[in-house]
Write a protein that binds this ligand. Structure first.
Ligand code: HEM
Length: 197
């Protein structure tokens, strides 16, 4: 008889979406609570959190094996844009923390998933930054702007790369764990937004 092989049919991208859905929902709640577009001070702290998060992510780009699985890393990552935004806002980051330093290759994929996925939600945030604070892709909100190719195309290509990595169940579990770690990291950043330096 042909038993269904769960390892072959489970899409990693689908697992990530499903198994981190409650964390994503928690991000919405934290974003609402932080009200990051209330004024330029809160927005500045939020941009600082984005900058540090992107530094974590770009550190992971350098990890052995990541570039082989995600071939277009050079177009990803937004720390440069976030730093320019901080400059616009007269904020100088005090330093980087690098909490993702001990992540394995598979966990790194989960962290990067959270960062890339957040570019989809950023479409909504970008509009808010424009509407409520008058910021733009040229001033203070560069890090929320779409990739030049467009958000959807770049996201689709990322999800395909994840699925084409052909990871087994155990490796996929580690990717999901990495994503949960990244959500926890960003959640903590949002909770402690006003202490961020
Ligand atoms: C108010 C804030 C946010 C809003 C309104 C929002 C909204 C969205 C939307 C509309 C999507 C696309 C859903 C789809 O096409 O199926 C999305 C996807 C995603 N967002 Fe958010 N988001 C927010 C915050 C965040 C944050 C802070 C993070 C992480 C740090 C995040 C991570 C993700 C991820 C990983 C996905 C991809 C889900 C998938 O696998 O398809 N989001 N978000």
């Amino acid at each position: 008889m042909h038993a269904i092989n769960a390892e072959q049919i489970t899409s990693l991208a689908l697992r990530l979406k499903t198994e981190t859905a409650s964390e994503h929902e928690r991000m919405h709640q934290l974003m609402n609570a932080a009200d990051v577009f209330a004024n330029s001070e809160v927005y500045g702290q939020f941009t600082l959190s984005q900058y540090y998060f992107q530094k974590e992510i770009e550190y992971l780009f350098e990890l052995d094996g990541v570039a082989a699985l995600i071939p277009d890393l050079e177009i990803r990552g937004r720390s440069t844009q976030a730093l320019l935004d901080l400059t616009d806002l007269n904020i100088q980051p005090a330093g980087t923390h690098l909490q993702s330093k001990n992540a394995s290759l598979t966990q790194a994929l989960g962290w990067i998933y959270v960062s890339e996925g957040s570019t989809l939600g950023a479409a909504f945030l970008f509009k808010q930054a424009q509407k409520r604070l008058g910021y733009s892709a040229d001033f203070a909100a560069r890090n929320l702007a779409a990739y030049p190719e467009g958000r959807a195309i770049v996201w689709k290509r990322f999800v395909q790369a994840l699925d084409q990595a052909n990871l087994n169940q155990e490796q996929q579990d580690q990717v999901v764990q990495g994503a949960l770690d990244a959500f926890a990291y960003f959640g903590n950043a949002l909770i402690g937004l006003n202490q961020l330096k």
